[in-house]
Design a protein around this ligand. Structure first.
Ligand SMILES: CC1(C)c2ccccc2-c2ccc(C[C@@H](CC(=O)O)C(=O)C(=O)O)cc21
Ligand SMILES: [Zn+2]
Length: 336
């Protein structure tokens, strides 16, 4: 990103000790876009009209047209919005023991909020206040004008990608309204994601699934399943030594950009500091049928295998503490 007018500068990015390449930015008509997506490689698609009908979605327009339904808003006392799965907080073990001895305090609160209140708190926010992040699945509770804009998304564009890449059905669109400086910490999802930037600038840092052993995800049974345990701002290299070798890629998204976040790819997303609020719409698709399995397995297949092994071991051993000794006995000295 040279000196051309880009509407942001490096002082608005958080500093990490991570080596990052640039994610390619290609025009939506460039055939290389399809090639990269077919390889499950991330790419920033520019110039599409995917969410052009939403470019007028500023806060006043949304306040006027979003209807008076409740919206899901996450509240955090710091700038991080680390996702947790509520269903995994209080889980019963088969022998009726709760929590598997996991003490978990949710790092964010999830509340239902009317849009005018959310916008008021966004506008009145000052340093030290709690931060807010609206993350609402777009459904029919929104007002008719928003439905009209939604229907005017360039569905031919994303439908043609879905078909070309042989993806499964579109499962959801989420409207994300974040405060400047908000960070969604590093995690992976099990869906293909077309991440469309509508307002403001968002920095996306991505890592391939083969960086799994450098990002130390929480155990599968943990509420923070799929999220990295490493705090990028203060990495604990004694607990997570391989994080030092991490290799990733990044981009700063501008309004109109569409980032392809391939299934199982790790991503950390931050709304630029001092960059005003951001608005994003994501398009999540189920993955298509896995084609002919080739060997050695692709790294994202290995992640799926590891998840299944963890689930099976937990099912039979009951106690998570029994997993490391059993895995060591199985591997050390035998599969070296
Ligand atoms: C994980 C979570 C909370 C969730 C649970 C259940 C249904 C939907 C979603 C959902 C949707 C978007 C985000 C944030 C976004 C990154 C960013 O823009 O901050 C991102 O990570 C992505 O688009 O994949 C996060 C979530
Ligand atoms: Zn995600």
């Amino acid at each position: 990103m040279g000196s051309e007018k880009k509407g942001w500068d490096y002082s608005q990015l958080r500093k990490y000790d991570i080596s990052l390449e640039q994610i390619p930015r290609l025009d939506y008509q460039d055939p290389k876009v399809d090639e990269l997506m077919a390889e499950n490689e991330p790419v920033v698609i520019t110039g599409s009209k995917l969410v052009k009908s939403a470019e007028k979605w500023n806060l006043d327009y949304l306040e006027k047209h979003m209807g008076n339904g409740d919206f899901t808003v996450f509240i955090s006392r710091n700038y991080k919005f680390k996702y947790y799965d509520e269903k995994k907080i209080l889980q019963k073990l088969p022998n009726n023991e709760t929590n598997r001895g996991v003490e978990f305090t949710p790092p964010t609160k999830m509340v239902e909020m009317k849009l005018p209140e959310f916008i008021k708190r966004l506008k009145e926010w000052k340093r030290g206040d709690e931060r807010l992040y609206l993350q609402q699945g777009l459904n029919d509770t929104v007002g008719p004008a928003i439905v009209r804009d939604f229907l005017k998304f360039d569905w031919d564009f994303c439908n043609s990608i879905q078909k070309k890449q042989n993806w499964g059905p579109l499962t959801s669109n989420h409207l994300l309204i974040g405060m400047e400086g908000n960070v969604t910490p590093c995690h992976y999802d099990e869906q293909q994601n077309l991440f469309a930037q509508v307002q403001g600038y968002k920095r996306c840092i991505l890592f391939s699934p083969d960086q799994f052993d450098r990002l130390y995800p929480h155990p599968v049974y943990h509420p923070h399943d799929r999220q990295s345990m490493v705090d990028f701002e203060r990495p604990d290299y004694s607990k997570f030594p391989k994080f030092k070798d991490i290799k990733g890629c990044e981009t700063v998204m501008e309004p109109g950009d569409v980032l392809y976040i391939p299934i199982y790819w790790w991503h950390q997303v931050e709304s630029l500091m001092r960059g005003d609020h951001t608005i994003t719409i994501n398009f999540w698709y189920k993955n298509g049928p896995t084609g002919p399995i080739t060997y050695p397995l692709k790294s994202h297949h290995k992640v799926a295998v590891m998840r299944n092994v963890e689930k099976m071991l937990l099912e039979v051993l009951h106690d998570p503490k029994e997993i490391p000794p059993l895995m060591r006995a199985l591997v050390l000295g035998r599969y070296t």
